[in-house]
Design a protein around this ligand. Sequence first.
Ligand SMILES: Nc1ncnc2c1ncn2[C@@H]1O[C@H](COP(=O)(O)OP(=O)(O)O)[C@@H](O)[C@H]1O
Ligand SMILES: [Mg+2]
Length: 240
Amino acid sequence: MIAKGVEQPALAVERLDGGYADSAVLHGVTLDVRPAEIFAILGKNGMGKTTLLKTMMGLLRARSGRVEVLGADVSRWAPYRITRLGVSYVPQEKSIFQDLSVEENLRLALRELSEFTDRLEAVAQWFPILKSRHRQRAGTLSGGEQKMLLIGRALLTRPRLVLVDEISEGLQPAVITRLREVLTEERRARGLTIVLVEQNVDFALALADRYAVLKVGTVVETGRTADAGARERIERHLVL
Ligand SMILES: Nc1ncnc2c1ncn2[C@@H]1O[C@H](COP(=O)(O)OP(=O)(O)O)[C@@H](O)[C@H]1O
Ligand SMILES: [Mg+2]
């Protein structure tokens, strides 16, 4: 499928159909994301964005089509195997351990604990507030701090690909700016590939290289964020 001499995509989705037991949600979704690219998936509520990420991660079974991650066909893989390729997933629901401390939540992300002190230092540089609150029970953090913890935990493992579901939702502008800086720097420094599901067009345009718009489980628009008219082409699918 992939031509010789052409760079292998970090993520390739081909004619993917998927959904839940008695409802088909995704219909022939095709997209590809290049290494070190930041790619935004936009669309209104209920269009299938979360279902798409979960199907890519193996949390939902594809009905047909295929998902390739970092060169491997992962279409029938369990989530933990996909994770081991160097993939981190930040779900839309705040999946932190409420009763554990900030530091304990971070420690659980790592398999190799000898690296933990170094990695904790990296998280402290991204989000100093998490360092000063490392003993605090995670469930008592503010909404914005919990999002920082989620991103910190996802990046702690130094993934090659990270899938992020609506991280900017409900966040203050200063926190959104910080998230943008952290993600941009990780891409620059390590070649991290980032797939963002977003409804915040400003955030997506500021961060992403390319985008796809999902409507009723189908990609209806793709392009480069730098192209003239990109915002208008995206926004016309996000209005009523
Ligand atoms: N667990 C589920 N079981 C059945 N249908 C679901 C489930 N989760 C989501 N859906 C349905 O799938 C469709 C897409 O949802 P979702 O992927 O969450 O959209 P988005 O993330 O774009 O808001 C919606 O119609 C939603 O009601
Ligand atoms: Mg969603």
